[in-house]
Design a protein around this ligand. Structure first.
Ligand code: GDP
Ligand code: MG
Length: 281
């Protein structure tokens, strides 16, 4: 199937003039480095703000946002062009269901990504989550098994709900540092990143506040508690990941099958499902 011709990125014009200037500047820098297409994959648990973040970046309502369960199992790719530059952004369903990894969702995502090249993974979680558990590690392990450990060299961690007041009078920056540290510990452990490899996997963190009630500055740009306009900042962090010297991740069958030959049978899942469907009708 031929890729659809991407639409003009009209959402860009919704941003305040200062944000547009900044974004154009960043796109210009990428083009100088011969990057004219950027494919961003968005993953994380359900309800953390993945779809909202996609909409914030594109500046249009392209992904379904819901406060409740059931976002469906299918990933969604949105493509936009602007001045010779193409942005692809892939929203995915949450990987957890009933306390376990939803293997079917994982398989569907892998098939969707087949033959695509991922430039950046946005691993999304909430800033205002205080506890992490084995579920977080499972999600990270599922991503690692699906896309390979190298995907974490191409990752920007995004923390949503950034406009929070930390509990018990903790200072915002202390809270952010502690939250970041605990999340990074889980990512490193789930991805199998050893101490000696920390420098190879920088795992930068950017903040997002998707709420319509996000504070704005005098230009009308949505800002973080310290006054930083967060959308251009997030895009800047994305361009830093793109230029960090590591390779984009091309998703091919070998990568999806992984090093574990016991998983090879999984490529027959679509076939098994098709047979089931044909028998059930
Ligand atoms: P997803 O399941 O990860 O795609 O999460 P959604 O984008 O569908 O968001 C789940 C809920 O959280 C929705 O009610 C959103 O409006 C809300 N939400 C998402 N991001 C933020 C954020 O940064 N701040 C606040 N206050 N709410 C958010
Ligand atoms: Mg969603």
């Amino acid at each position: 199937m031929a890729a659809p011709i991407p639409r003009e990125w009209v959402g860009l014009q919704q941003f305040p003039a200062a944000t547009q200037t900044k974004l154009h500047e960043l796109l210009g820098k990428l083009k100088e480095e011969n990057v004219s297409t950027l494919t961003i994959l968005v993953m994380g648990k359900g309800g953390v703000g993945k779809s909202s973040t996609v909409n914030s970046i594109v500046g249009e309502r392209v992904a379904n946002v819901s406060a409740f369960q059931s976002e469906g199992l299918r990933p969604m790719m949105c493509s936009r062009t602007r001045a010779g530059f193409t942005l692809n952004i892939i929203d995915t369903p949450g990987l957890i269901e009933g306390g376990y990894i939803n293997e079917q969702a994982v398989e569907i995502i892998k098939r969707f990504l087949l033959e695509k090249t991922i430039d950046v993974l946005l691993y999304v979680d909430r800033l205002d989550t205080y506890r992490m558990d084995t579920l977080d590690e499972q999600v990270i392990r599922a991503i690692t098994n699906s896309l390979g450990k190298a995907i974490w060299r191409r990752t920007l961690v995004v923390l949503t709900h950034a406009q929070l007041s930390p509990p018990d009078g903790i200072d915002y920056n202390d809270f952010l540092a502690r939250r970041s540290e605990s999340l990074l510990r889980y990512i490193r452990s789930g991805a199998g990143i050893g101490k000696r490899e920390y420098a190879d996997f920088p795992l930068p963190i950017a903040l997002a506040e998707n709420s319509g009630r996000c504070k704005t500055n005098e230009n009308g740009a949505k800002i973080l508690p310290d006054g930083t306009p967060w959308i251009p900042n997030l895009m800047k962090e994305i361009t830093i990941v793109v230029s960090n010297g590591s390779k984009s991740i091309h998703v091919d069958q070998k990568l999806i099958d992984g090093p574990n030959p016991n998983n090879r049978w999984k490529k027959y899942i679509p076939l098994i499902l098709a047979v089931q469907v044909s028998f059930s009708t």
